[in-house]
Each structure stands twice: as C-alpha cells, then as structure tokens.
Design a binder for this molecule. Structure first.
Ligand code: NAD
Ligand code: GLY
Length: 367
C-alpha cells in the first residue's frame, strides 16, 4: 500500500492506494468521527462492495443508502433523499458519511456531508479509475443543474481517501478509458515525462495490469494533491486541473447528462484546447497529434458531437465557473506540460476549433 498526504494544515488527510484495502478497519476507523456512519453507494456498486466495506465499520452504528446509478441522478433531489435518511435516523453532527462508488457518488455524498447540519465529516472510497485519480481527492463536491454541470456545490474535504485498486477489476472498458482521460490531463498540464510513460503504458492500463494502474493512480494523486495543497479553493492554479473541462462540460450538458461520460467529454475537450493552443501559436501540429494519439490509444472519442452547433457550444461554455465578470476563460497549453488560464484567445480561432472538431462523432458509447 502507498500512502500520500494532502497537506492542508488542520484539514490534511491521507490517500491510501493499494490492493485489498476495503474492509480493513484499521485504515478507516481512525477517520470516523462519533458513533454513527451512513455509507452512501448505488445500485451497481452495492452488490459488489457494500458488504466488504461494512465489515471494516463493525465497531460503529452503521447503515447504508443505495441510490440509483447514473450522472442524471447527480441532482439536488438525490441529495435530499440522503438528508431524509439522515434526519429519520437521527444522525447528529458527529456522524460520518462514507462515499462508496465513482465520482457521481463521491460528489453527491460529499455535498450532502458539506450541507447536513452545516457540515459533517466524510470519507471517500472511490471505486472507478476516474474517482481514484481525480474526483475523490481535493474536496470539490456538488451536483449538476439542468442548465450547467457541477454548478451547485461546496468545497468540503474528506477525512481520508481509500482507493482499493482491486475494485477496478469489475469496471468495464469504457469506464476505464474515461478514467484515463483525467490521467492524461496531469501529463498535459504539468508533466511531460508522465506523458512519455503514458505513451508506452496506456495499453497496460486498459488491460488492467496492476503495476501500471498503481503507478498511474499514484502519480495522478501526487499531482492532484500538490495542486490542491497550493490552491484549495481555486483562486488561481487549481483551475489548471480544468483543462478540457469547459468544452467537455458543454458536451455533457448539451447532450444530456450520462450520454457522454465525463472522461470522454474531457478527453475531446483537451484535444480542442490543444487545437486552440496551436491556433494561438503555442503548440505545433506534432503536439496536437500527440494528444490525438494518446486519446486514440485510450480508446476515447476524438470528435465532438455534430449535434451541438457552434452557437450552442458557445452558449453552453458560458455556464462555467471560470467565467469572471461575464468573460469566458479557458485553460490552454503554452506547451505540452505547461498550462495557463487565459481570456486572451481569439474568438475567431475558438470558432474554427469548434467547427473543426464538430463532426460525425466517433463516440462509441452505448447510451
Ligand atoms: P460514475 O460515478 O458514474 O461511475 C461510472 C459507472 O461505474 C457507474 O455506472 C458506476 O455505478 C459504476 N461503477 C463504479 N464503481 C464500479 C466498480 N468498481 N465496478 C463496476 N462498476 C462500477 O462516473 P465516474 O467516471 O467515476 O465519475 C464521474 C463524475 O465525477 C462526474 O459527475 C464528474 O463531474 C465528477 N468529477 C468530480 C471531480 C471532483 O473533483 N469532485 C473531478 C472529476 C470528475
Ligand atoms: N477536477 C478539478 C479539480 O478538482 O479541481
């Protein structure tokens, strides 16, 4: 097992990464406050990992809440069902919520924990690659609004993160690919050596090779922890973690939540950001081809949906937390491995980027 630390003063916490961590009470128990624990999970993950998780919580008064599965349930209504269960069960301020699942469960549960009685502790047990490399770390919690992705939320750090890499064995290939998009992101924004490693190892990750997965998760969490430690509430550099997200969130909202997976939308969003960076004279064609090749290796789409017109894209992109005083800001690449947040892009170049990538999509999702 590897232990990383996210250094945030009194809100610091460990990130445990390894095999067979579920059910180990010595890992989870020290981070439980009080007596009562509510494990929040969904109908897909519960039959796989709930019993094992409960085993590690035997010393506590534990109950669980099983939510429907899907991005379309990442709503305030779903959070309200958690509140109802907490209130009916007389959970007090020293109760702990445990998020057992992918990023959707983590974001919903963290937000419920941030709001319930103005804040109770929570623990992240991420079970998708995307959640283990990104969403479980850093304390961004929240839900979607029909007008915008992740627009309702709060910063609320977990007490610890337990990433059991065994859980990834039951994840399907499409979900694994979606997680790789966020792994590629760290290379693109701050680590060219990691990009080279990914060139050689994406196949191993897709084939669930333990060593490659462990390295990718550890390297990703290390990057995420460093960035969050330097800018917890995104006053500056943390926004760099949003490479590809303004394009991607527009696709997720515009196509209907769950139609494109978050990682798929972020993947093509990163390619669009690279393309716009080339039109700004910052990247060259070889760099953009490199991004395209990485996505292709990860079996991610490299075309944006033709259903979204340029005008609709732009309208959706305006609903973004990086917009300041009405001005759209984007994360672009000065070079591979060096990202910037900027509002100084040429609107005509943005239009050309969107038009160039709107094509009959090679998105292979089933939904
Ligand atoms: P997800 O939570 O929908 O999980 C994907 C699918 O895999 C679901 O059907 C889920 O039930 C299933 N699943 C989960 N674990 C499994 C397992 N071990 N075996 C088999 N099936 C399993 O999607 P995701 O990709 O994990 O997360 C995407 C969400 O994360 C988006 O809502 C995105 O906005 C959010 N996100 C948040 C942050 C953050 O910092 N808070 C960062 C990135 C993404
Ligand atoms: N996924 C972006 C962030 O956590 O800041």
């Amino acid at each position: 097992m590897k232990t990383l630390n996210l250094d945030l003063g009194e809100r610091s916490y460990p990130i445990f990464i390894g095999e067979n961590l579920l059910g180990r009470s010595e890992l989870i128990a020290p981070y439980v406050a009080g007596k009562k624990v509510l494990v929040v999970t969904n109908e897909t993950v519960a039959p796989l990992y709930l019993q094992q998780t409960l085993k590690g919580l035997q010393d506590f008064e534990t109950d669980y809440c099983v939510l429907p599965d899907g991005e379309r349930f990442k709503t305030l209504d779903t959070v309200d069902t958690i509140f109802s269960q907490l209130l009916t069960g007389h959970y007090d301020r020293r109760s702990t919520l445990v998020a057992l699942g992918g990023g959707v469960i983590g974001d919903i549960t963290g937000f419920a924990a941030a709001c319930y009685q103005r804040g109770v502790p929570f623990i992240q047990i991420p079970t998708t690659l995307l959640a283990q490399v990104d969403s479980s770390v850093g304390g961004k919690t929240g839900v979607n609004h029909e007008l915008g992705k992740n627009m309702i939320g709060a910063f609320h750090q977990p007490r610890c993160v337990i990433a059991d890499t065994n859980t990834l064995k039951t994840l399907d290939g499409r979900q694994l690919s979606a997680g790789i998009a966020e792994v590629i992101k760290y290379g693109l924004i701050r680590d060219t050596a990691f990009l080279s490693w990914l060139d050689d190892h994406i196949d191993d990750i897709l084939n669930n090779k333990a060593e490659a997965l462990a390295y990718a998760i550890e390297a990703s969490c290390r990057h995420k922890a460093e960035v969050v430690a330097s800018d917890e509430t995104e006053q500056g550099n943390r926004a760099l973690l949003n490479l590809g997200h303004t394009f991607g969130h527009a696709i997720e909202t515009g196509m209907g939540y769950g139609s494109w997976l978050h990682g798929e939308a972020v993947g093509i969003g990163m390619l669009m950001a690279a393309d716009l960076s080339m039109r700004m004279g910052w990247l060259n064609k070889t760099d953009v081809d490199h991004v395209d090749r990485l996505l292709d290796k990860a079996q991610l789409p490299t075309r944006a949906p033709s259903e979204l017109s340029y005008e609709r894209f732009l309208e959706l992109m305006q609903v973004d937390k990086k917009v300041l005083d009405g001005k759209l800001r984007l994360v672009l690449l000065r070079s591979l491995g060096k990202a910037v947040v900027t509002d100084e892009f040429d609107p005509q170049s943005l239009r050309e980027t969107i038009e160039a990538h709107r094509a009959v999509s090679n998105h292979t999702g089933l939904v």
